[in-house]
Write a protein that binds this ligand. Sequence first.
Ligand SMILES: Cc1cc2nc3c(=O)[nH]c(=O)nc-3n(C[C@H](O)[C@H](O)[C@H](O)COP(=O)(O)OP(=O)(O)OC[C@H]3O[C@@H](n4cnc5c(N)ncnc54)[C@H](O)[C@@H]3O)c2cc1C
Length: 679
Amino acid sequence: MNKKTENADDSISVRALRASGNLDYAKELAAIENSEKAADIRGGKRSTSLVQRLIYGPQPDCSEMIPVCTSEQSHRHRQEIVAAAKACLSQGQAFTADGKLSNELRSAVNEYRVYGYTIPEEFGGAGSGYRELAELEEDIAANGLGGLAVEISGQLTIGAGGLMAYGSDEQKSLFLPLLAEGQLMAFALTEVKVGVNAKKVSTYVELDEANDCWRLFSVGDSNKLYITSATHGGLLAVVARLGKDSRELGLFIVRLPESDRQKGEDADFGFSCKPSGTEAFQTNINSRLSFDNFPIPSSQRLEADGLEVLFYSLAMGRCMLSAMSAGFQRLYASEAINYARQRDGVGGKVIKHELPQLSIGIILGGALQSRSLCHLSLSQNEQHINLSGLRDITKSAAAGSLSESLACAERVIGGRSLNEESPVSATRATAHAFNIVEGESDLIILGMVREITGSFVGRYMAGLLKVLDDINLDKQGQPVTEDKRILSLGLTSFAKFPVRSGKAFLKLFVSKDLWLLLGWIIKHAIMDILSLPKRLLPAAWRPRYANLPASLKPYAKYAEARLRDQKWTYLGLNVFYQLTLTQAQIPLLIFGKRIESLTAMLAVVYAGASSTEDIQAVAALQAELLKQKVKNHRVLRKLPAIEKLRHRLQHVSGFVGENRCTLTNSLEPQAIPHAWSEL
Ligand SMILES: Cc1cc2nc3c(=O)[nH]c(=O)nc-3n(C[C@H](O)[C@H](O)[C@H](O)COP(=O)(O)OP(=O)(O)OC[C@H]3O[C@@H](n4cnc5c(N)ncnc54)[C@H](O)[C@@H]3O)c2cc1C
């Protein structure tokens, strides 16, 4: 490690990775975090995020969590759009012969300017808000047209959303009316050899000054892959390096040719657009794109970092994914209820028995949870509150509950849920894809933990890290070899390296950062002790919960109290793992999932409170299910068990890594689709 590679703005996670010798990982994480921060600033999000305040205080006002209703007029408008789509479906016109969304369907809904739903009216759009769009997305997905919801969501979040925030006036007036008209726009980040490691994009552009354009190169394993809605003649926002060896990522709007082109035959560039072969989003277009010396007019570069635009747009993309998840789960619930009501099981109709009832309850609860988190995020967004943490929880919880509900629907409906024409079958692969797209769910939960704890760690834990950082450097300021690295101070380090550990301990003791941390601990311990009488008071007596129905009050109190406790859990994790925490993914994920369940509990409680009696019942059931999950996701108390699991896992991974696992090493794996070179 070279100290000069450090940046004062780097998060503690980045510095910890660097100090523990993971230089590449540290570099990638730093780049991603910087793009995320820049995207938040562009979105005008400066106030502290809700999740961070729920854990570290000050406690948010309850009114912040109560969803705001959309107008009756927008409700009627939505019903008309869904009716138009359903009419197309019932007339057999919604899909083409190869099962893709038809132009008839697109035209029918675009009578209501759906493809420009959130685009301002001055650019030909409907000028609606994202909350109205979320309700529309949910209803479209619930009515068996999930593919249409996916297409519109992409069009208006990573398509129009990025353009509206980062496009020049000229770019906006050129492209937004085309989008509102219904022309498809895709967003291309992923490549054959680049997936979650987004910063490693290898597609690049070169300036062609003679022709006042850029030339795009995305050949071989740099091809853009799995690009939803990318089609011949359509529009595409493509992320590319600004030069083959540059680290800077740019974003370009491209009009794709009407047909494939062979370089040298009829053009000085090559282009191809082929189906990617994915089973998910099967009614959508999904493509693999190749560009060779492809011209892009200079005016079509967005003056922004490609990743930053992606993160900016992803916030709304994740909310829409959650809205669609709510819709899919309503669809599953309706199918499961219909089947269970009619089908005779052992000893009477299936619906009469507790286990199918539980499955149906889980699906309904998942639908309400996805809807509630989506609208909570959107109303925070409208108030310009930072969505750090909440957008990730919203997405991860939506994808997780959808997978769970899919399994529940299959359990209730049995064999028929696997029939070709079953709506459950039609959405199965898409439901699974929701865990992968718009950020892999577990990885974004780890990112959420980093984000919401970032300012605490930066302020109060930096001293400890700095001391460890320093003892891992030799006299010349170079990193010590791996076998001499001390990643956490404790009995083991004292036994192995007594002199260096002793020095580190002394340094720590005289460091003002340690006293700052102790000050924080004392302050928060006193605050928690003072609030103890309030915590012991039953929820029904607390004025804070006066407006909640009796069945929901205890859950609001439980979720808020447990969220506040998480600051101690995270402190405990830091003390236990020290420099190794960033790589301790299992405990971090359990911790993140606990925060996810508690935040989801608050969202359903407040959404339920302002709803009808049936929704309140679903909210109370979901809150109870979440409470039981929270109890299973204890972190500090389970540390010995977690460490045993990690130890056992390392042992197995050793065999796997050396290809010595007899369960698999005699088997020949299939060739990986869209293979890449290892070079
Ligand atoms: C139906 C569909 C539509 C899509 N639409 C688009 C689109 O429109 N535009 C676009 O740009 N992309 C799109 N994608 C691509 C999608 O965003 C990627 O599939 C996703 O980013 C994951 O990349 P990958 O599949 O290459 O997985 P990989 O990058 O190969 O990762 C595989 C797995 O490795 C694990 N992993 C990797 N690194 C770590 C780590 N440090 N710690 C722990 N685990 C790790 C994760 O579990 C991850 O899921 C789409 C994909 C699908 C399936």
